[in-house]
Write a protein that binds this ligand. Structure first.
Ligand code: NAP
Length: 325
């Protein structure tokens, strides 16, 4: 009988990719969502995914949703809590919205770890728990950068998971790199403030891990087929913003460049905490990397097929972004 994977965040970028991969592998795919009647959920249902409603704020619903699964993929969403509170809390202090969202994310993350631990203890069916996470950039930067709350909160959840020894022995961590889609989705907000100039902290030649979220399923498949306790960097291609902009110039015919700015400039462009949250993430990555402890996908499978920056940029629709300039 086919094994079951339960996917928390199935209607999102990461979970959607995991669902597609495991459907194509012939698994029973159970998608977890707060609303099984949303358009995104109905689309998944039509593709053969069984839907179950659960909320990360409701532990009992998580236990029910995880029950009987051989593999669980789970993520937490920092940005919804940040965005919802930003208008109000950005007026309180530069840290208020980040601290608020981190607290919500960590509380939810601990609840889902507890639910997975309970299901494992009660049923002994679970074979692999894969948690989407990020390294703590406060630690990685030696305390220099302290505003990357969406990294530091996820690291707290990973540490909590590692403290649950029985569950951790069946778990692995997936640290997703910078989404390749960040520029097209929020370029005018965080970068493309002048015509075709990508402004961000960190040297233009610094190497970052870029990820196509459509590769998430390939990373999870890799972690299911590898020994547990991996700390994997979810990277499709390592590259610099210079390379990104050179490829975009070639593909679009527009002259696109990257420009280094300071974290203070990022803060001035997006005051109230957002500029620092995003800017310090890029600055940490550029100056310190993501941590030498992380394993690369090709270390686990030299033949893994992932999306190159060129392939992503060639396949993306850039019209709306350029029209906004
Ligand atoms: N942008 C980047 O470069 C980057 C890089 C690495 C990591 N990340 C992290 O990626 C995360 C977002 O992942 P994504 O892009 O896959 O998400 P997404 O596309 O924004 O979708 C969010 C998902 O979270 C689910 N969700 C939210 N709140 C929930 C709750 N209370 N209970 C149950 N499900 C809930 C939603 O499900 P329903 O609405 O169906 O319930 C939805 O499937 C963020 O935490 C971000 O920090 C981003």
């Amino acid at each position: 009988m086919a094994k079951t994977i339960a996917i928390l965040g199935v209607t999102g970028n990461q979970g959607g990719s995991v669902a597609s991969t495991f459907l194509s592998l012939g698994w029973q795919v159970r998608g977890i969502t707060r609303s099984a009647t949303s358009p995104a959920a109905l689309d998944l249902k039509a593709r053969g995914i069984t839907l179950i409603e659960a909320d990360q704020d409701d532990s009992a619903s998580l236990v029910k949703a995880f029950s009987g699964a051989h593999v669980i993929f789970a993520m937490t969403d920092f940005w919804a809590a940040f965005s919802e509170s930003y208008g109000k809390l950005s007026k309180v202090s530069d840290r208020a919205a980040g601290e608020h969202a981190r607290e919500i994310e960590v509380t939810r993350g601990k609840k889902l770890v507890d639910a997975a631990a309970k299901v494992l203890a009660d049923e002994a069916v679970l074979e692999r728990f894969v948690l989407s996470t990020l390294p703590g950039f406060k630690d990685v930067s030696g305390g220099k950068y302290t505003f990357a709350y969406h990294f530091d909160g996820k690291a707290d959840i990973s540490a909590y998971l590692k403290g649950k020894e029985t569950l951790w022995a069946k778990s692995s961590l997936l640290n997703m790199g910078f989404y390749m889609t960040n520029l097209v989705k929020s370029g005018t907000m965080v970068g493309f403030t002048k015509k075709y100039v990508m402004r961000k902290p960190g040297k233009n030649t610094a190497i970052h891990p870029f990820v196509n979220t459509r590769d998430t399923g390939a990373f999870v498949e890799l972690l299911v087929n590898s020994p547990p306790c991996q700390d994997l960097l979810g990277v499709s291609e390592m590259g610099s913003y210079n390379t990104f902009m050179e490829l975009l110039t070639e593909v679009s015919g527009k002259s696109c460049i990257s420009q280094e700015i300071s974290v203070e400039d990022a803060d001035k462009a997006l005051p109230g905490g957002l500029g620092r949250e995003v800017g310090e993430s890029t600055a940490t990555s550029a100056e310190f990397g993501w941590g030498k402890h992380l394993v690369m996908p090709k270390d686990l499978n030299p033949d893994i097929k992932l999306t190159s920056l060129r392939k992503y940029i060639e396949g993306e629709n850039w019209t709306d972004l350029f029209n906004k300039m």
